[in-house]
Ligand binder design. Structure first.
Ligand code: GRF
Length: 203
């Protein structure tokens, strides 16, 4: 199977996919790593791992739709079976989402539906939450609002900062994201109008 990964930053989740493909945890190859930022550290990491990389810089497009069309164009010839958003910090429109519907996943560092959007760890701390976590979900046009597939929870510890909490959560991100991808590639997951299904049962 062929996986395309979209990043904007350091690419630690991308690295988890590189590792999972190397160990055989994922029976797949990464066909493309795409960044919207030319200086994303993850692009360098991907190139060093011998992966094909490309940049589609959102600053070169005058609307979200024209940017999204360029993304579709960049991905299409690689014929990905699965498209992974891994710290990709652009809001996507249906121009991109529809062609990949049902095989487009995102990871979001909160226990969705809590805290869509930015600054999730600080918001969990400010709210006094006893636990925080991370969600892998199907991407739909609603920002961070697509059906959840898998979550991991961590305890909030006394004295936690957004940074210390993020460090605890990211370890779990690297565990659950390849699991969700494996389910998807094994044909065990399905996106329906009523939500996500695993082995035919609602999640
Ligand atoms: C992760 O926390 C992910 O949940 C969020 O952006 C961050 C990306 O980190 N969407 P990395 O680039 O994968 O290291």
């Amino acid at each position: 199977a062929r996986i395309a990964i979209l990043i904007s930053g350091r690419g630690s989740n991308m690295q988890a996919f590189i590792d999972a493909c190397q160990t055989g945890d994922l029976n797949a190859e990464i066909c493309l790593v795409l960044s919207n930022k030319p200086d994303a550290a993850g692009l360098e990491r991907a190139a060093q791992a011998g992966l094909e990389t490309t940049c589609v810089n959102h600053k070169n497009y005058d609307s979200r739709e024209t940017f999204d069309a360029a993304l579709v164009h960049a991905l299409a010839r690689h014929e990905p079976d699965l498209v992974i958003l891994a710290g990709f910090m652009r809001i996507l429109t249906p121009v991109f989402i529809e062609p990949f519907a049902g095989k487009l996943l995102n990871i979001h560092p909160s226990l969705l539906p809590k805290y869509p959007g930015l600054h999730t760890h600080q918001r969990a701390l400010t709210a006094g939450d006893a636990e925080a976590g991370v969600t892998v979900h199907y991407v739909t046009p609603e920002l961070d609002g697509g059906p959840p597939i898998i979550q991991a929870r961590v305890a909030v510890e006394p004295g936690d900062t957004a940074e210390s909490l993020a460090a605890r959560v990211i370890v779990q991100e690297h565990v659950i994201y390849p699991i969700a991808a494996r389910w998807q590639l094994e044909g065990r997951l399905e996106l329906t109008a009523a939500g996500a299904r695993l082995d035919g049962a609602p999640i």
